[in-house]
Ligand binder design. Structure first.
Ligand code: DC
Length: 221
């Protein structure tokens, strides 16, 4: 049986950086479910579809082929062959359209199949509550909005992108609200999740904390 670690939490809490690092350390596969919703969001944006156009989104859902591929252990989400999903605009579109049940249903089995076949660290919003309710370890990773906005800002600046800290903070707050208040699979901690606040911890400290929890949960690595 595979060993599954679920990491949920709001945008910018550090989930993907930490999950990637821990996956490398314990030789697990890292599954970034946000990237899958982003791939869908990117497709809608490319085709001029607005988030409110539910019927159109439903129609094109069948045309979208999302697949996971791994290059040197790094996940690539292949969306009809493309992989350009990191912009804020795409994240916002992903958040807005991930509230539709048919969008979620399209990705759910892909996520569950990966976890059934492999030892995975999977991050997202609903992994511990909906996707992998039987995961051996569930983490809910948070950090204050200010800390999360500053981290995103630093990331974008490092990439040479122009950005505004106040705008990023506003975007993150809106995204949190939408992700937590949607009807289907909202962002929330599973009852049996371990809560971890990363506001005052560095990446390695969080990785170590989750690693210790995983050993407690029976990980033999
Ligand atoms: O983790 P991220 O910022 O890449 O995710 C982008 C959006 O996708 C997020 O705001 C909400 C949605 N999402 C989701 O609804 N469920 C998941 N398991 C992962 C992401």
């Amino acid at each position: 049986m595979s060993f599954n670690i679920a990491i949920d939490g709001p945008a910018g809490a550090g989930k993907s950086t930490i999950a990637k690092k821990l996956a490398k350390k314990i030789s697990f596969i890292y599954v970034d479910t946000g990237a899958m919703y982003r791939a869908m969001g990117y497709y809608f944006l490319q085709h001029g579809i607005k988030a409110e156009e539910e019927e159109k989104i439903k129609e094109v859902c069948d045309d979208i082929s999302v697949a996971l591929a791994y290059e040197n252990g790094v996940q690539k989400v292949l969306l009809n062959g493309e992989d350009k999903i990191r912009q804020e605009e795409v994240g916002n579109m992903a958040s807005a359209t991930s509230g539709y049940g048919f969008v979620r249903a399209k990705l759910l089995s892909l996520q569950q199949d990966m976890a059934a076949q492999h030892n995975v660290i999977m991050d997202g919003r609903d992994i511990g509550t909906c996707v992998l309710p039987n995961a051996q370890l569930k983490i809910f990773l948070t950090a204050s909005v200010e800390v999360r906005a500053k981290r995103r800002y630093d990331e974008l600046v490092a990439k040479g992108e122009q950005c505004d800290l106040a705008e990023i903070e506003k975007d993150i707050s809106e995204r949190d609200y939408r992700d937590m208040h949607r009807e289907i699979a909202p962002l929330k901690a599973a009852e049996d999740a371990v809560m971890l606040d990363s506001s005052d911890l560095n990446i390695d400290e969080v990785v170590e904390a989750i690693y210790e929890q995983a050993k407690k949960a029976g990980l033999d690595a």
